[in-house]
Design a protein around this ligand. Structure first.
Ligand SMILES: [Zn+2]
Ligand SMILES: [Zn+2]
Length: 224
């Protein structure tokens, strides 16, 4: 697994067709405890990473409820029944309508298991001993989108690694034409919540390559 930025933390990413959405394994190197983030159609690849690295999955964390980010949720629940699934409550309706949404895309998707925990502002989720994940509500692409701020427990800033879902991409921003989307709200989430993490914060979007807040603030055509 790749090491990116934070000591004692492992982060690896996989994608799969048809959505090419980033699915993540985030693990504490000391305890080998891990979180799956946005398990979609690449979920079996994420499970391979877990197995190959001798990890124990303790959490399943969702950036939002769109089909491409949760299509592997039923499989993940079967493989890791003790890992609570986290989502923002405002995206519950996507989970409820997952199967029919799949039909609209011509996809057979398993019904989603129940969400175990709704994110609340200010909560911190401990993964092993070396990682804290803090959810920050960033609506606009969808009502319940969150940015997952990842850091070490000893970092007073809370961390400079951001897993942002489909709010912000390298050179682009999230679409706002799906149910509950709103362009002005999305721009506000990016410019107030995400920009506040500072230019050196590393951004992992839900699709495509990683970037930084500074690069997007300076060059993203939707934000300049
Ligand atoms: Zn989305
Ligand atoms: Zn997506």
């Amino acid at each position: 697994m790749a090491r990116r930025g934070i000591a004692d933390m492992l982060l690896d990413v996989r994608v799969a067709p048809p959505f090419y959405k980033n699915g993540f394994v985030l693990a504490c190197d000391d305890t080998r405890q891990a979180a799956l983030i946005d398990p979609g159609d690449e979920v079996l690849d994420l499970e391979d990473i877990v197995r190959a690295n001798g990890l124990t999955v303790t959490h399943i964390l969702l950036t939002h409820g769109h089909i491409d980010h949760i299509s592997g949720l039923a499989q993940a629940r079967r493989s890791y029944p003790a890992a609570p699934i986290h989502l923002h409550r405002d995206d519950q309706f996507f989970v409820d309508h997952l199967v029919e949404t799949g039909h609209r895309y011509g996809l057979a998707v398993e019904p989603a298991p129940p969400i175990d925990v709704y994110y609340t502002e200010g909560m911190s989720i401990r993964v092993g001993t070396s990682i804290v994940v803090r959810p920050h509500h960033t609506p606009g692409h969808c009502p319940g989108g969150v940015c997952l701020q990842v850091g070490s427990p000893s970092d007073p800033s809370g961390g400079r690694l951001l897993i942002v879902g489909d709010t912000l991409f390298a050179g682009s921003i999230g679409r706002t034409d799906l149910p509950g989307g709103d362009h002005a709200t999305l721009i506000r989430s990016i410019t107030t919540t995400l920009f506040a993490f500072g230019d050196d914060a590393v951004v992992w979007p839900g699709h495509g390559a990683q970037t930084t807040i500074g690069a997007e603030r300076r060059t993203n055509p939707f934000l300049t």
